[in-house]
Design a protein around this ligand. Structure first.
Ligand code: R5P
Length: 297
């Protein structure tokens, strides 16, 4: 272990422990658990190792974020009180990035508010494919000294490279164009991008690009699956238009409620996701990608 790594520790939160351990192993940095006790009234007791090195790297994905944000704040302040000099947050899924403007008067601009909350404690933020829409730079959203937005596209492309059937990749909306094109490029795969209209949380209309789907294996590619309605709308049409098979490749597997079952019922044969969010569909580990950025933590 290098001298610099010996002055660092990765602390994993309970909901993301296995992935945090993989990160520490890949980065050759010591690891310890953040212990959390939830009291019956919903409050949290957070406990860190009482002796910490200068550089503390918290690893926690921020899906289902409300409790985690409070626990993260408790942990970060405690680390500083225990003598840590530099705090890094590795949050492969970064929450609250979608609400970047007030769409109606009186709405909180969550991206800015949560970004400022995190930047108050952390020097460095490392995340994967943050859902930035009108904001091009992660530091604009989270004004830390060093903000790293990694892309899972290369590791996802590697997953597809093992397939011999050259699937057609479809992104379900305009925003997915960046991911689907990057994933298609290394293997020279054909891809298309659909048009989506969202009428509500669970009401989505998808218009597929005008391509020939009959008899072709198709992979739906998206950064986030939440309710699953986006992929559901796309998958039903692909089936109706004769696709030979439909599967899905997803970065952030939020899969709220019965989203996964509904997709499987609709004929999505396989769902593969990264471990940015812990889920049974996780097939792609991000530890190596994340570890490569920790050298300067
Ligand atoms: C939206 O722009 C994202 O890329 C996803 O398509 C969206 O978050 C998926 O949401 P849901 O699964 O609820 O349709």
């Amino acid at each position: 272990m290098s001298e610099q790594n010996a002055a660092s520790i990765v602390l994993g939160f309970p909901s993301y422990r296995e992935a945090a351990r993989r990160l520490a192993f890949a980065a050759d940095i010591d690891y310890a658990d953040v212990e959390i006790h939830r009291f019956p009234d919903g409050e949290s007791l957070v406990r860190l190792p009482p002796e910490l090195p200068q550089s503390v790297i918290f690893c926690c994905s921020l899906d289902q974020p409300n409790d985690k944000l409070v626990e993260m704040e408790l942990a970060a302040v405690t680390a500083l009180e225990l003598g840590a000099q530099r705090l890094t947050l590795v949050a492969p899924y970064l929450c609250y990035m979608r609400q970047d403007v007030a769409f109606h008067p009186g709405e909180a601009v969550s991206q800015r508010i949560i970004g400022e909350l995190l930047a108050r404690r952390f020097d460095t933020l490392i995340t994967v494919d943050p859902h930035l829409h009108r904001t091009s730079d992660l530091r604009q959203a989270v004004p830390v000294r060093r903000a790293v937005a990694l892309s899972a596209a290369p590791v996802m492309a590697t997953q597809l490279a093992s397939r011999s059937d050259a699937p057609l990749l479809i992104g379900p909306d305009a925003e997915s164009a960046q991911w689907v094109s990057a994933i298609a490029a290394p293997g020279g795969l054909a891809y298309g991008v659909a048009r989506k209209r969202r009428f509500g949380d669970r009401s989505v209309q998808v218009e597929l690009p005008d391509l020939d789907y009959a008899g072709r294996p198709v992979v739906l590619v998206d950064d986030v699956v939440s309710t699953g309605h986006t992929l559901l709308a796309a998958a039903r049409q692909l089936r109706a238009r004769g696709a030979e098979s439909v599967s899905a490749l997803v970065t952030h597997a939020l899969f709220v409620g019965d989203a996964q079952d509904r997709l499987l019922e609709a004929g999505v044969e396989e769902i593969r996701s990264t471990d940015s969010v812990c889920h049974s569909s996780n097939k792609i580990h991000l530890a190596g990608l994340l570890a490569s950025t920790l050298a300067d933590a």
